[in-house]
Each structure stands twice: as C-alpha cells, then as structure tokens.
Design a protein around this ligand. Structure first.
Ligand code: ADP
Ligand code: MG
Length: 688
C-alpha cells in the first residue's frame, strides 16, 4: 500500500505564513514538522464566554462585558509598571476595572464603548482585575482562548494563526491511527476533529472529548512500546532456562525454613519458578511492603537456580544489608553443601582474590554483595539468576552492567522493592516487566502504632523508650543526614547520642551508627545490636533499608518532617517485625500545612501502598521516584495519576494487540503499525 508522506516528514516551512525567522523560533520550542506543530497543544484555556452576574462567584476568573462610564486613569509605579483603572456599567452595577501594564487601553476606548474584560472577579468590591479583551463583543457566544506555553519566543496570536493555516492546508493528510471501531467503542473523535477541538475549542464539553482521545492515544502508544519490549525480553532466545526440581524445593522448605510461607509468598514463588524453568526469560518486579518477607522468596529462588546448576548474584544497596543477607543465607543453607560468599568494598584483598577466582571458575554458587559486584574483575561462568534487592536504589546503568556479567546467555532477573509503587506507576515505569506482589504479612504481626509529637515533648519520648527497653525490647533513634547539610546533621546526631547516653546513665548499652564510620566499626555495632547487647541504636539513615532485627520494637525519628513519606514508611518498617506490639514516634515541628498533613498520614496509614498513593498525590510522579531513575515518560496531555483508569484500559488493549497478534493481523491497524515502524517502536533497546 502506498502512503502519503506523513506530516512527520513535512517541514513547518511549508505552512503558510511561516518564514525563515519563524522557523528558528519554532525550532526553539521543539517544533520542526507540521506534525510537531499540530501536536503542540495549548497548556490551558481561558474561558472568554461572557457571563452574567447571577452566575459568577467571588474570586472566579471570568469574562464580563459592559459599557465604559468613566475614562481610564493611568498611574505608573516601579520601573515601567503601570496600572490603568476605569469603570464600566453592566446589568445594574457599576464595576471597577483594573488592568496592569496595558496603558494602551487609554487610547483605545471612549465613553459609551462596549468592552470585554477577562479577569478575577471580586464580588465585595465589585471589581475585576485582569486583561482587556477588546471592543467587539460576541454576546452569548461561547469562546475558549487556547493559551500555549511559548516562553515568549512567539506570540499567542502568531501561534494560533500558524496552527489554523496548518490545519487548513493539511487537513486531508492527517492520519488517524486509531481504527474507526475503537473510536466508536470508546466514543472518541477522529484525529482531525481532535486537532480542531484542542486548538480551537468551542465548548467545555467538546474540549473534554478531545482530551479524552489524546489521553487514550498517548497511553496506548506508550503501553504498546512497553508490551513490545516485554514480549521481546520474555521470548529472547538468549535467555537461560533453569530446570527446577519442585520436590527438592519443597523438601528444603519443609526441613529448613523455620516458618510456613504465607499464601502470598508461596504463589509469588510459584510464579517466579514457573518463569525461570520455562523458555521465557524471567524479568519480574517483586513488590512487597516492608516486612512482608521478600528475602526468603529470593533465597528459595536462588536455591532453585543453584540446584539447577547455575550461579546466583544478589545485589543490595548497603554493606550492612549485604552482611545481613549473607548471614541469614548461611544459616538457612547450612548443611546443604552450597558455597556462598559476600563481596563488598571492604572485603579484604586476600579474600577478594579467592572469591573472584571461584566466581569465575564456578566453584562459588551464590555471591551476595554491594556495588562491588559491578567491578570489572567480577566474572561469572554460568550466571542463571540476578536478584536486585531494593532495586529502586540502583541506577539504570548499574543494572545493565550486572546483566552483562555472564559470558553466555542472559540470566533471569528478579527485582525486589519495598517502596510500594502504586500500580499506576508500576505499569508505567516498569511496563516492560512482569509484576508480582506479596500482599500479605506473615501472621501474628501487629500494625506499628504511630504517633507524631512535637520536639518539646522529647523527654517523655525518652522515658517511654526506657520503659520498653526494661521490658526486654530494643529501639532505634534516627536522625536525618542529608548531603546538603551533612556536617551539621552529623553534629546533631552526635549531640543527641551524648544527651541520650547521659539520660540513660549507663543502665543499659547505647550505640551510635553513621555512614562515615569504617565498615568494620559499622559491622561491630550492628552485631552488638543484633545480638541484643545494645539496647538503643542512635543512627542516621544508613539503616533505612532492609535491616532486620525482630526484637526491636520502638522507632523514634527526629526531624520527621525532613523525610519523604516513603522513607518514613521504610524506617518504620524496621520495627513490627516480630510478635511484639511496636511503636513509631515521629518527632517534628513541621512549618507548613503539607508538612503536618504528611505526618498525620503516617499516623493513620499502615499500608505501604496507601502511604505511597498519598505520597504520589502530594508530590507528583516526577518527585516520587526522586533519586537515580525515574523512567517516567513525558506525556503531553495524559497524567498517570488522574488518568489511571485510561491507563489500565490502554494497557489491556496493548497486551491484546501485541500478544494476540492483532496489531499485525488486523488491517484496521495498518496506520498504527506504520506509525510505530517509522518511530522506532520495534528497535527499542532490550532492557532500559
Ligand atoms: P522484607 O520484605 O522487608 O525484605 P524480610 O524478608 O526481611 O522482609 O522479612 C521480615 C521478617 O519476617 C524476617 O525476620 C523473616 O524471617 C520473617 N518472615 C518472613 N516470612 C515469614 C513467614 N511466612 N512467617 C513468619 N515470619 C516470616
Ligand atoms: Mg528486604
């Protein structure tokens, strides 16, 4: 089939009225082709429908019309700033009009003229502050003025003109890649109508209609890209296939695991093992709230891979966590004749040499470690599984390096995270992965009781702490330490430690832990706490992720308002890991309403996913991931929070189009397929 050259290939210079100079300005806005121009949508609209006074509310932004009854008076202030005021009569009212920096109006209007003003209405003062729209009034006619984000590079008027010309000139070349049947099903306008509506809307209703279409289209295209990638990864012929002996694994669980798996753990384990032993490559994100028991799942997967004669790499973000995993793996695997090692930045040179050799010659089966695993000298001979614990702590690059550590085939990959990512975000940012969720806590866990108190009541908190310790429990006291104010924060932590120490007065042991200490010292302190010798551990956020000391029952967090919600939830997750009733005390004097709101959310919400939803709503998706990687695409119109329903629908449709081959087999999708081919959807990089 022969096709028109798409609008993506036609330069804006062919649009009437766009000259050499304008081309450069448009390029600055990222507009090069007619397609770019038409897809450059207004960022908002001004409702310039003239409204009657009965229906407008105080402080509403509206357009009103009236007859000029007093001549404009101009006053100047500051440098080049001016204020123009006059009165108009509308209905039975005399209204004061205030216009800033529009002194040309003085020479434009005369007594008796009918004028239109757009602005904020103050019903008490009977005044409107805003801008002068003009003299010709189209009474009763609805009118929305599109406002583009043009950063003063081109004027609004110019932009509107160009878009209008482009639409007229190319209206027969606008391709719609949504088939008629889909548009009918979802009641969406055609692409041409959509451009018309979004650039030149006539009513709110139509505008919603046009936006709905673009939202669906954007989300569908995005999900198609993700699903294609997912299919490619899963069906990659380069992936290793582990033969899993289910009976052997069940035996191991029966004999060695000290507790019965929760139903959620069991079903997630089954999902993972099925993928691992199938010709599909395992590429999965395992989500589970803090304390839901992800480690044992990782261990069982590792065990299965080793029994299938493969090596396993387990990467974690901190040395403390590497050490902890290493110890718990050692305990559980005792007597199983499986060799494992721990590699971190502080592993001694002699030990390191042996570990490297045995990793490369295959003697070693499980290697647990930090970023040290990424060093060039680390080589595996038959890597079958990679587990990334707390995966959100790693950047895209780091994940890639580890994947390429094996000489032969692609290893199975399991990412684990306790930062509960709301589903909408998960299927956006990790759309190409499969997602498993452990949505159940081990039995007997009690929700952590959380209280927010002010700094002034600090000593009451201390006395509560001591009472808990007297009952035989342990406690964490956390101070923030962020890079920007590192030095001061460290001093604060030291000071707090000294104060608490004299308060406790040698009745029991208290220790300080922070990131600037030598690894060996850190390990010593952690061991003391784990063994229960140390009762109170004053620490910076080095213990934020993963640390597991079930006897600890109190978590006190200083300057709680300085942490993000997800981080507070992670920290809180260090307690409530055993059968004891645990407590979390947030100390803070937040200065903003939002700050207070956040601490209240922590008091009321125990479920990590709910905490994350709140966090997402308060901060927006960009900030939510914050560090390292966001992976979130920039949508023009769609918003993954507000449009989560459309996102689900688009995802299901994309899965259907790809997995069932509809995209290739149904001629209705020819235009869509062509667009995807032209835009590199099929060449996207496997992984990241
Ligand atoms: P996380 O998911 O936060 O990484 P962990 O894997 O560290 O959680 O598990 C938290 C604690 O719960 C550990 O002490 C672990 O031994 C225990 N645990 C895990 N699964 C179960 C279970 N099914 N029953 C009882 N305790 C469990
Ligand atoms: Mg963990």
């Amino acid at each position: 089939m022969k096709r028109n050259t798409g609008l993506q290939q036609i330069s804006v210079s062919f649009v009437k009225g766009i000259g050499q100079h304008s081309i450069a300005s448009l390029a600055e806005l990222g507009i090069f082709t007619v397609f770019d121009l038409l897809e450059f949508f207004p960022s908002r609209y001004e409702d310039q429908t003239i409204r009657s006074f009965d229906e407008i509310c105080d402080q509403e932004t509206v357009t009103i019309a009236g007859e000029v009854v007093s001549l404009p008076i101009i006053s100047f202030y500051g440098r080049k700033k001016s204020r123009c005021t006059f009165q108009i009569k509308a209905d039975l009212y005399v209204i004061k009009v205030v216009l800033f920096n529009q002194n040309y109006v003085k020479n434009t209007i005369q007594l008796g003229d009918q004028v239109c003003i757009y602005g904020k209405w103050d019903s008490r003062k009977l005044a409107i502050t805003g801008k002068f729209l003009g003299k010709d009034i189209k009474e009763g006619k609805a009118s929305f003025q599109p406002i583009y984000s043009l950063r003063t590079i081109v004027s609004q008027k110019q932009m509107r003109k160009w878009v209008k010309y482009a639409l007229e000139q190319y209206k027969n070349q606008i391709e719609d890649w949504l088939p008629e049947s889909v548009r009918t099903q979802y009641k969406l306008p055609s692409k041409r109508e959509t451009y018309q509506i979004l650039h030149f809307p006539q009513q709110t209703h139509a505008l919603k209609h046009g936006r709905r279409r673009m939202i669906y289209e954007e989300l569908l295209l995005f999900q198609l890209k993700m699903q294609l990638l997912r299919k490619r990864i899963r069906e990659s012929s380069e992936g290793v296939c582990v033969s899993v002996d289910k009976e052997e694994i069940n035996r191991f669980i029966q004999q060695k695991v000290p507790f019965p798996l929760t139903q959620a753990q069991q079903s997630v384990l089954d999902e993972i093992l099925t993928d691992m032993s199938s010709p599909y490559l395992l590429y999965r994100l395992l989500q589970g709230d803090v304390g839901s028991g992800k480690t044992i799942v990782a261990l069982l997967c590792a065990y299965a891979a080793v029994r299938g004669n493969f090596q396993v790499a387990i990467m974690v973000p901190t040395e403390i966590l590497a050490q902890q995993h290493f110890e718990s793996f050692q305990n559980l695997l005792a007597g199983e004749d499986i060799s494992l090692a721990c590699l971190t930045g502080s592993t001694k040179a002699k030990d390191r040499q042996i570990i490297l050799e045995e990793t490369e010659n295959g003697k070693l089966s499980i290697l647990i470690g930090t970023h040290a695993l990424l060093q060039e000298r680390v080589k595996f001979c038959r890597l079958g599984l990679i587990v990334m614990d707390e995966q959100h702590r790693f950047g895209v690059e780091q994940r890639k390096i580890l994947r390429e550590k094996s000489s032969g085939q692609l290893p199975n990959i399991l990412h684990m995270t306790a930062t509960p990512i709301p589903r909408t975000l998960a299927i956006t940012a990790f759309g190409e992965m499969d997602v498993s969720i452990i949505n159940q806590m081990p039995s007997g866990r009690k929700p952590v009781r959380t209280r927010w108190v002010r700094q002034e009541t600090e000593t009451q908190v201390w006395s509560f702490l001591c009472k808990e310790v007297e009952k035989g429990h342990q406690a964490y006291v956390i101070c923030p330490l962020i890079e920007d104010s590192e030095k001061m924060d460290l001093e604060n932590a030291l000071e707090l430690y000294e104060k608490l120490k004299s308060y406790v007065n040698n009745v029991f042991e208290i220790a300080l832990l922070h990131g600037k200490m030598k690894p060996q010292k850190k390990e010593e302190i952690m061991t003391g706490f784990k063994q229960g010798k140390t009762k109170i551990l004053v620490s910076t956020t080095v213990i934020e992720v993963g640390v597991n000391v079930p006897n600890a029952s109190v978590m006190v967090i200083y300057d709680a308002e300085r942490f993000g919600l997800a981080q507070l939830h992670q920290l809180r997750g260090r307690v409530g890991r055993g059968a004891n009733q645990s407590f979390c005390i947030l100390i803070g004097n937040p200065k903003t309403e939002m700050g207070k709101e956040r601490l209240k959310i922590m008091e009321e919400t125990h479920d990590g996913f709910q905490v994350a939803e709140h966090d997402l709503n308060l901060r927006g998706p960009g900030d939510f991931f914050g560090y390292k990687q966001s992976g979130l695409p920039d949508f023009k119109i769609a918003n993954i929070i507000h449009d989560y329903r459309a996102l689900e629908v688009a995802r299901q449709d994309a899965v259907h189009l790809i997995d069932d081959g509809e995209l290739w087999n149904n001629p209705e999708y020819a235009a869509l397929l062509y667009f995807m081919e032209q835009n590199g959807y099929f060449d996207a990089q496997m992984f990241d």
